[in-house]
Design a protein around this ligand. Structure first.
Ligand code: SF4
Length: 83
C-alpha cells in the first residue's frame, strides 16, 4: 500500500520514541531531533516521505507515529489520514 509520512521538525522534542519503535524509517540526527529516512523538506520544518510499503512496515510506521508524545508524525495510507 502507498504511505505518506509527514514529520514536523519544529514540533519534535527529540524523545527518540519514533526511531526506537521503527529504526528503518526514523532516525535521530545530530541536532537531536528525528528524521524520516530518505525524506525531503517540502516546506520549512515540514518533511515528508512517500512510498509503497509492506503490511509489516506500515505497522511499524504507525507504531512509531503513535509513540510520539507531541504528535509530530502524521501517516496517510492510500490517501486517508491515519494519524
Ligand atoms: S517520537 Fe516525536 S518527539 Fe520523539 S523524536 Fe520522534 S518525532 Fe520527535
Amino acid at each position: 500500500m502507498h504511505v505518506r509520512i509527514e514529520y514536523e521538525h519544529d514540533v519534535c522534542v527529540g524523545t527518540n520514541a519514533c526511531a526506537g519503535a521503527d529504526p528503518k524509517h526514523f532516525e535521530i540526527l545530530d541536532d537531536g531531533k528525528a528524521h524520516i529516512v530518505g525524506s525531503k523538506e517540502e516546506k520549512p520544518e515540514k518533511w515528508a516521505w512517500e512510498g509503497d510499503v509492506t503490511d509489516a512496515d506500515l505497522k511499524a510506521i504507525l507504531t512509531a507515529a503513535q509513540a510520539c508524545p507531541v504528535n509530530a508524525i502524521h501517516v496517510i495510507v492510500d490517501g486517508q489520514k491515519k494519524i
